[in-house]
Ligand binder design. Structure first.
Ligand code: GTP
Length: 186
């Protein structure tokens, strides 16, 4: 139905974004609960069993790697996603610019202007900076209504990481109007 994007009772979280923003590291750190400087280009698709997710729904986490995958692969993954995380690196302005110059238009182009797949903007590498990037990306929420939430994390010190995957699950399972933040709905 229109309200939920959990397909076959599985939540499918797709991570996209520019190279080197830390998509693979985020998944690695979440799964192994520690940061490793050496991660593969792409993390194999991983299913977190329902029992160990806070929402009790099996959750598939999908890494996208431009290095190893074609654009066609990306388009297919966009079609299959329950929720899309556009990851940028807080310390890298180019990766922030690309959210609005590349990723959001691409998603509109592939899924349609009125698609209802929720999007989460994720600023990674918060350990590298003293400031927040949220004020920079927040205006995009007015332009793109499908953006549910903007959050920051660090794959390196595991800060806010499990929370982000939890938000992603909750966004799919309990869609909310943009004025409510998922963490306020208990
Ligand atoms: P592609 O495979 O090219 O798409 O890159 P990716 O987005 O998967 O990035 P990856 O996880 O390979 O990380 C890129 C670089 O950033 C690596 O050197 C990581 O060690 C580093 N990195 C990732 N996350 C963090 C973080 O939270 N903090 C810091 N300081 N470095 C990070």
């Amino acid at each position: 139905n229109d309200q939920s994007h959990a397909n076959d009772s599985t939540v499918r979280i797709l991570l996209v974004g520019e190279r080197e923003v830390g998509k693979t590291s985020m998944i690695y750190s979440l799964v192994f609960e520690e940061f490793d400087e050496e991660v593969p280009a792409k993390f194999e698709e991983i299913t977190i069993p329902a029992e160990v997710t806070p929402v009790n729904i099996p959750t598939v986490i999908v890494d996208y790697s431009a290095q190893e995958q074609s654009e066609k692969d990306l388009y297919e993954e966009l079609q299959r996603a329950s929720v899309i995380c556009i990851v940028y690196a807080i310390d890298n302005e180019v990766t922030i610019d690309k959210i609005s110059t590349y990723w959001l238009p691409l998603i509109h182009q592939r899924l349609g202007e009125n698609h209802s797949i929720p999007i989460i903007l994720v600023g990674n590498k918060s350990d590298l900076v003293e400031y927040s990037s949220i004020d920079t990306v927040l205006p995009l929420m007015n332009q793109y209504k499908e953006i549910e939430i903007c959050v920051e994390c660090s794959a390196k010190n595991l800060d806010n990481l499990s929370e982000i995957f939890y938000y992603a699950q909750k966004t799919v399972l309990y869609p909310v109007t943009p004025i409510y933040y998922p963490e306020e709905r208990e």
